[in-house]
Design a protein around this ligand. Structure first.
Ligand code: GAR
Length: 189
């Protein structure tokens, strides 16, 4: 199978990155992770990139030129899919236009509900019966692009923010790889 070149953007722990690296070792998984991008030099997820000898780059989003450097890296590496895996910055419109339909994001709620930050707190405050996680294409509106895959679970009476996060992130390990398979097998970007 000819794998697509992918890049993973992170800002923190990197549990989704770790899982995607594992999945990508499978012959039938459609992507090869060529590079990892982080906006945070202390992102724990960078350890997984280093351990697996995946090239990784730090970007400084405070410097206006970062987007040109970033674009160059992605074009030079012939990146065909960008996965935002806990990347906590907004990407500029110019960048989104350049990689239209090539950027996906994982979000810890059942979109279109609870876009943005503090999802677990808001889910509990709103007394939702169920929650979950979503992989969606990225467009210029926050957490609003077409949905690729979603997974749901019922909230238990004693769930708190910590348990919701644990349960949601467990499901993320399933939904992200599934979304990538779906994109190349059925959506064919
Ligand atoms: C994930 O739960 C992801 O859904 C969330 O950040 C976490 C990153 O975890 N993303 C967002 O909230 C984006 N708005 P990880 O670094 O362990 O993969």
């Amino acid at each position: 199978m000819v794998k697509k070149n992918a890049c993973i953007f992170i800002s923190g722990t990197g549990s989704n990155l770790k899982n995607l690296i594992l999945q990508s070792r499978n012959y039938n998984f459609p992507i090869n992770i060529k590079i990892v991008i982080s906006n945070n030099k202390n992102a724990f997820g960078l350890i997984y990139a280093k351990k697996n000898s995946i090239r990784h780059f730090l970007i400084n989003t405070k410097n206006d030129k970062y987007i040109y450097q970033l674009t160059n890296i992605l074009i030079n590496e012939k990146i065909e899919l960008i996965c935002l895996a806990g990347y906590m910055k907004i990407l500029p419109k110019k960048f989104l236009d350049l990689f239209r339909k090539k950027i996906i994001n994982i979000h810890p709620s059942l979109l279109p509900k609870f876009k943005g930050l503090n999802t677990y707190k808001r889910v509990l405050e709103n007394k939702e019966k169920k929650t979950g996680c979503t992989v969606h294409f990225v467009n210029k509106n926050l957490d609003s692009g077409n949905i690729v895959c979603q997974k749901t679970f019922y909230i238990a009476p004693n769930d708190d923010e910590f348990t919701l996060k644990t349960k949601t992130q467990r499901l993320e390990q399933v939904v992200f790889p599934e979304a990538i398979i779906k994109i190349y097998r059925y959506i064919r970007i």
